[in-house]
Ligand binder design. Structure first.
Ligand code: SF4
Length: 324
């Protein structure tokens, strides 16, 4: 087993809801509610769920782009929750993010060269000539050419812009990349190219990924393990093989039913997810999935299930497996 690079313990992120003239706090949106998981060096952990399930907030909280309400985040032996802003700024050299919309995250007035050089300047890495050399090297690494350096973001296609976004994340030689829906805005044909590039870079540069997506189909081929989130909680966490072969949580089963199955002979049950996702400011009691779950019982309405390992490498939070 590889070493644990990131350890997230009982992470919570509650956003206050303020109302009235005095902006009094009248409630909280529980975006992330007691989430724990580990990420091993060199692996890809996929985090999946519908929009509003807390997956992006989890990613941003690990980077402390948004401050956690409670919990501990340990990266490579350092407790990030204890770090000063200055120390956290330094450690961001080793944890980088790739965003869904590279157009929004790339300064439109800067050339690609300037965009890629910026993280090196921020972290005081190299002199002018060394930085320029590295920009050219990383343009090639992500499948672009040196002549692209003088161009501006609007002169690129969506797929090329995401390659720039990936190159920018790699400039500081990070160990961990948190990719938040990195292919969701791209055409399906381009998605495969970008996913293949990320896989190749992971091998070549020994990277560790957290790959956030709303679609289980997208993370399937890139993830070693997958965590499924629902209303701020991790409801299932398993190796990809085990999760796609035999999903245990009814929510995961429903999400997988929504993924088109390329095999016309497929005889498995299709389970459709009905109803809207409840508001995280007022989540249902007990198991928060009970309002949409076809197997819900009285116990489910009253008691929240804990995430438990049911078989090696496969954990689930569901009362259906209480006896196992
Ligand atoms: Fe459904 Fe109950 Fe399991 Fe929740 S605990 S997923 S409501 S069966």
């Amino acid at each position: 087993m590889s070493k644990v690079l990131l350890k997230v313990n009982n992470l919570k992120k509650y956003f206050p809801i303020r109302t009235g003239m005095f902006a009094r706090v009248t409630g909280h949106v529980k975006a992330v509610d007691d989430v724990s998981f580990e990420v091993y060096e060199g692996e890809t952990l996929g985090i999946v769920g519908e929009s509003g399930c807390g997956k992006s907030t989890t990613g941003r909280t690990i980077m402390r782009l948004t401050e956690p309400t409670e919990g501990k985040i340990e990266f490579d032996g350092t407790d990030l929750t204890d770090l000063s802003n200055e120390d956290m700024r330094k450690i961001r050299r080793e944890i980088q993010m790739v965003f869904q919309d590279p157009y929004a995250s790339l300064n439109p007035r800067h050339t690609i060269e300037k965009i890629l050089e910026e993280p090196l300047i921020v972290h005081g890495m190299g002199d002018g000539a060394e930085r320029k050399k590295k920009v050219m090297e990383y343009l090639k690494i992500v499948g672009l050419s040196e002549y692209h350096a003088k161009r501006y973001p609007h002169q690129f296609s969506g797929g090329q812009r995401q390659r720039v976004g990936i190159a920018r994340a790699l400039m500081t030689n990070p160990k961990l990349i948190i990719a938040d829906e990195p292919v969701s805005a791209l055409d399906v044909s381009i998605q495969a190219q970008v996913l293949n590039l990320m896989k190749q870079l992971q091998e070549d540069l020994k990277l560790t990924y957290i790959f956030i997506a709303h679609d289980l189909g997208v993370v399937r081929h890139i993830s070693d393990r997958v965590g499924v989130m629902y209303l701020g909680r991790m409801v299932e966490l398993a190796t990809s093989e085990s999760l796609y072969d035999k999903p245990l949580h009814p929510y995961t089963q429903a999400l997988l039913s929504a993924v088109p199955i390329p095999d016309p002979e497929f005889q498995g049950d299709q389970m459709l997810l009905t109803g809207d996702i409840p508001s995280p400011s007022n989540p249902p009691s007990g198991c928060t999935f009970h309002t949409r779950c076809p197997f819900a019982t009285e116990e489910c309405k009253q008691k929240a299930p804990n995430l438990r390992e049911i078989k090696p490498g496969h954990s689930v939070a569901c009362h259906l497996y209480n006896d196992q």
